[in-house]
Ligand binder design. Sequence first.
Ligand code: TYD
Ligand code: MG
Length: 456
Amino acid sequence: MAKARIQFICQNCGAVHTRWAGKCDSCGEWNTLVEEGTAGGIGSGPGKLSGRKGRAVALTSLSGEIEDAPRIQSGIGELDRVTGGGFVRGSAILVGGDPGIGKSTLLTQAAAALARQGHKVIYVSGEEAVAQIRLRAQRLHAADTDVLLAAETNVEDILATISDSKRPDLIIIDSIQTLWTDAADSAPGTVTQVRAGAQAMIRFAKQTGAAVVLVGHVTKDGQIAGPRVVEHMVDAVLYFEGEGGHHYRILRTVKNRFGPTDEIGVFEMSDRGLREVANPSELFLGERNDKSPGAAVFAGMEGTRPVLVEIQALVAPSTLGTPRRAVVGWDGGRLSMILAVLEAHCGVRFGQHDVYLNVAGGYRISEPAADLAVASALVSSIAGIALPADCVYFGEVSLSGAVRPVAHAVQRLKEAEKLGFKQAVLPKGSNDVPKGRNAHLTETASLPDLVARIAA
Ligand code: TYD
Ligand code: MG
């Protein structure tokens, strides 16, 4: 019998301490340590003296067993792409996002889609009553599917409920913050409870081969509230995000043991639920005013998918002692760098000007490949010269003013061509760009060279 022991758990990062302290050594947060006793239940692995015998299998013998559909595809293309080709049987996925962003909506739609294909899906909600879930399902036109609904928050009850129904394919737990187990005596929502609950669900997934989706709410600073620890336990972490005031949502992979981690899925929230956006470029390009200076279209990549977005710059004479620099959708530090390079190597002076930079549609760019498009937009705005409307830009700018090649040049060009763009400005020496395929490719090796072209 394991001895009951007292330990202190950081409610921010989940680190376990043997004695109380004002500050967590692990994450540096103050006043986050909470005393918790473990009675040898969930979460107390070591300490057992006699173990049960397991079964070791040869790697080569597995090929036959795994063949039968290790993945469950929802048929919602944007979701399947982000999961790396469907939910993996026996795996656990964490879907995080701000409250109200549409996690329950997305998973209700996924549940309905899977149920229509004959998969057995159980939707366990700790936040809404069964009647409320049904109401939502009706609005999403998903009420006619045989998804099993349960309104439970106790882990033991949930396990009893889902074990009762024969071999479920997918279990959705909405949300892990509502889970609590008898084995831990702290309040629901604490790290101990969330971790114990998640652990129990993950164990169930591994034992039965069902895919488990855990929904988690995220705090303002982007951390999954409390259960950051859960991120390490699950096989994949997806974030559902959206900009305030815009009705589209982006599902992003943060971690994936069974697939790529840089994929995005794009959805649009409508009155009848989430709609897939198969061609995000059209959404982010929006309504473009071809004639205005300061706009440049960036040919970007999100995972395996090219995405075109418009970058808008406004450079205006400043009345302030220290001119303003404001950025939406891009890194402010990176903007300062591009401005410095333009000043130092191209003779473009921004010292007396306010600079505003906006990525259209509320989209966020993290790729350095956007440097060239940003620089072009800035030069276009300060010079008052509109860039060609049918031209895309991509390339990384270094501090010396050199333009460096970036990956996936061919895919970026193909997407641009597909959307009717006829010209492109790209780094000299970009890999495998077929020479002469597009007569309007401008290869540039340095920023001064590009600035001279725009001004010409
Ligand atoms: P929800 O899925 O409940 O968010 P979460 O589970 O992430 O907290 O989504 C709630 C929001 O979505 C709410 O503001 C209303 C909106 N919504 C629609 O616009 N259309 C719909 O069909 C549905 C179901 C929700
Ligand atoms: Mg919800």
